[in-house]
Design a protein around this ligand. Sequence first.
Ligand code: HEM
Length: 463
Amino acid sequence: MEFTTMFCLFASILSLFIFHSLLKFLTSGQQKPPLPPGSLGWPYIGETFQLYSQNPNVFFASKVKKFGSIFKTRILGCPCVMISSPEAVKHVLVSRAHLFKPTFPASKERMLGKQAIFFHQGEYHTKLRKLVLRAFMPEAIKTIVSDIESIAITSLKSWDGQLINTFLEMKTYTFNVALLSIFGKDEVLYREELKRCYYILEKGYNSMPINLPGTLFHRSMKARKELAQILAKILSIRRQMKHDHNGLFGSLMGDKAGLTDEQIADNIIGVIFAARDTTASVITWIIKYLAENPSVLQAVTEEQEAIMKEKCGEEKVLTWADTKKMLLTSRVIQETLRVASILSFTFREAVEDVEFEGYLIPKGWKVLPLFRNIHHSPDNFSEPEKFDPSRFEVAPKPNTFLPFGNGTHSCPGNEMAKMEILVLLHHLTTKYRWSVMGPQNGIQYDPFALPQNGLPIRLSLKS
Ligand code: HEM
């Protein structure tokens, strides 16, 4: 081939290449929106130190002030987009939920069980959700109100005259209620063993995920294995009984559910985890707020005394209908859920590149709906730092009150949680008084927001 022909060929290939690259650059520039504002901080570390060295809520609030309701950051090596407008959160959790899957650190999945409801999307999740909702819908939990009442009465008696760590004691209450709602009224076989293993498991939940003998994580994983074995034993005994079982266990083990033993165990452990510390933390906050707001405590006590007076003889036990009359007390629960916002945020992950409010959320980035910021924004709640249950006499604006999340993964245990709190408050306020011991202005994260030191109180019977 002649030199001129070779040169022409080379020149045309080169210009084609340049044209193609230019076109790609121009069109990509046109198609891809920018990343949200904010800083990704240092490589890998990102802004992890800033987040953990201060109250996380202060970190979020300062970012929202600087960048607005959607901003980017990097935490523990993961690029994240944080969102705090009610509409944007609705998009992520409800309208475009299929684009944002739930995401947890691998160590947490291993500990709770990979087959647990929280970690899934699609068909398997829908099936589990139906089974879990069936066990916790009002029709199902109505039947255990009086049994929960017995647990509340016994627990309160055991604290009478004592200086107690409120959170720790409420964890015992909510654990016992969780076992009742899971296994039904039948004698809970292996109760003490379940308790022992679960308590070891939870100790390692926030530990470094190093599975070597001697580590907390290793001990937790061993306890988890034992828990699964105990649950398998209960399953085999219950299958031999050949009658219908109620509670979550009954719902999950039904033939129609078609779940394996492992799937059942993972979901039982997962539900105990979801139900226990959350509810215990909310009760702890309520006890603190009631102590700090004597007029609210007085009003709650009067409402509960009126319900108590209506009951006589056989009818003395509390019923579901009674809990529905506790309107003021329910508003105290709502206001506590708002002010304390025990779950400050949740996690999702973009399953593909998503264009969102004019920004790009790249595939694999985490997305964090900031519940606490929504609950504490003056746009949504006037004087947001004030504890004022009466604000719930009027329904909050849509998508501004999200203590139980929203959409496909919203909390299926919310009715159960409210009912067990109401039952405890009925007996607490009508029969006991309490005073908070020591200074109580701090918040700790365990990982749920909690009053400092678990709120030590002294509780005694009213004379
Ligand atoms: C006051 C106490 C409680 C609070 C504040 C609470 C809050 C939440 C929130 C915010 C979510 C959604 C998380 C997300 O979207 O990522 C959730 C999910 C969940 N909660 Fe609760 N919860 C409470 C009590 C309970 C109770 C008592 C149970 C069980 C009886 C329960 C079972 C669950 C389960 C199984 C899920 C996962 C649902 C799914 O992935 O489809 N929770 N909870």
